[in-house]
Design a protein around this ligand. Structure first.
Ligand SMILES: Cc1cc2nc3c(=O)[nH]c(=O)nc-3n(C[C@H](O)[C@H](O)[C@H](O)COP(=O)(O)O)c2cc1C
Ligand SMILES: Nc1ncnc2c1ncn2[C@@H]1O[C@H](COP(=O)(O)OP(=O)(O)O)[C@@H](O)[C@H]1O
Length: 310
């Protein structure tokens, strides 16, 4: 899969194209339906699939304070898109100029220089200046040229009787409903980070932990203790983690740390991917180390039981 970042790079593409359009934050089940349809259509038409998306949410430019947290970092997003069979991603930098581009100009930029076979979008997709571009507008502009437009109905979420949306998933992450999030994403909620040095206290407590700074652009789950799986040093490991600022101790900072079962290696500086499977309990302040250790043992057993029953 190749990532393009400008219309100029897109123009160089010689092959027939099927587009999937969307912001696609999280690549949830609804997004996956749109992209899978584009990939299938491209195969039928001997075309390549180009997913057109943006590097940031529009509010990142318009009103950064209100910009929602992301559900998937770019590197992990690329991996999901590769697994879906996508050939190209046109990841447009979100800028004032792009936001001012009319919907007609946006469609023209995707069609004037390329041989396009089809567009696939979700029914509620809007784009272009003022969000005035709709699936019907794409149809009006390109169907006369023999280009098919498929506006797919929205994937429904049986758990809450609403359609699957990035907003719904963000809200579920923020309150710690990680099992619902898992079901709506079709995979666990995850982030990627680098192992940093902590206070070197974990090993003394009998619970060495990998420490990470939680990525600030990502939607933040509540502080608490989680069942996790971690990809590190080429393997997936099960574990139990804590997100928070360790109120039992003085002079702490907000971080995520995870104790892995069946792991015994020094991995400072390594990259890891951390999955969140379930919130076990809120973080709390303990009056003594013994009480904290006693609770960590209970947490460890709860996480092991979770994986055993899965
Ligand atoms: C399963 C688990 C549960 C934890 N729960 C709490 C907690 O409720 N309150 C707290 O202050 N710290 C909690 N911690 C964080 C520990 O205080 C921390 O891992 C320990 O102090 C080691 O820190 P270090 O890795 O910086 O050396 C938890 C850690 C783990 C692994
Ligand atoms: N089972 C394990 N789970 C997590 N980290 C482990 C484990 N065994 C060894 N380690 C290593 O020990 C380090 C954690 O030890 P710890 O005393 O908690 O130090 P720190 O506070 O720097 O994280 C990790 O960064 C990792 O390299």
């Amino acid at each position: 899969m190749k990532i393009l970042t400008s219309f100029a790079e897109l123009e160089q593409l010689q092959s027939n194209i099927v587009y999937a359009l969307g912001t696609f934050d999280g690549l949830h089940k609804g997004h996956q339906t749109v992209i899978q349809r584009a990939v299938a259509e491209a195969r039928e038409q001997a075309a390549c699939t180009v997913v057109v998306t943006f590097d940031h949410h529009p509010l990142y430019i318009l009103n950064p304070e209100r910009c929602p947290g992301s559900l998937l970092q770019p590197e992990l997003k690329a991996k999901v898109l590769i697994d879906l069979g996508v050939d190209f991603v046109l990841r447009l930098p979100m800028t004032k100029e792009l936001l001012a581009m009319t919907a007609d100009d946006f469609v023209a930029a995707l069609t004037v220089h390329n041989e396009v076979k089809a567009f696939v979008v979700g029914q509620n997709f809007t784009f272009g200046a003022g969000g005035l571009g709709t699936p019907d507008l794409i149809k009006a502009l390109v169907e006369p040229k023999g280009i098919n437009v498929y506006a797919l109905s929205l994937a429904q979420c049986p758990e809450v009787q609403e359609h699957v949306s990035s907003t719904l998933i963000r809200e579920a992450v923020k309150v710690g409903h990680l099992e619902l999030v898992h079901s709506l994403l079709g995979r666990p909620f995850m982030f990627k980070g680098t192992v940093i040095k902590g206070d070197q206290r974990g090993r003394i407590l009998g619970f060495p932990t990998l420490n990470f700074l939680y990525p600030k652009e990502m939607t933040l789950p509540p502080d608490g203790v989680y069942v996790n799986r971690v990809f590190i040093d080429g393997n997936w490991c099960e574990g139990v983690g804590n997100l928070g600022d360790n109120p039992t101790f003085e002079n702490q900072y907000h971080r995520f740390e995870v104790h892995l079962f069946n792991f015994d290696k020094m991995v400072y500086g390594y990259e890891a991917t951390i999955e969140f499977w379930k919130l076990l309990r809120p973080e709390k302040r303990f009056d003594s180390l013994d009480e904290l250790i006693k609770q960590m043992k209970i947490d460890e057993q709860a996480a092991k039981d979770f994986f055993k029953q899965k």
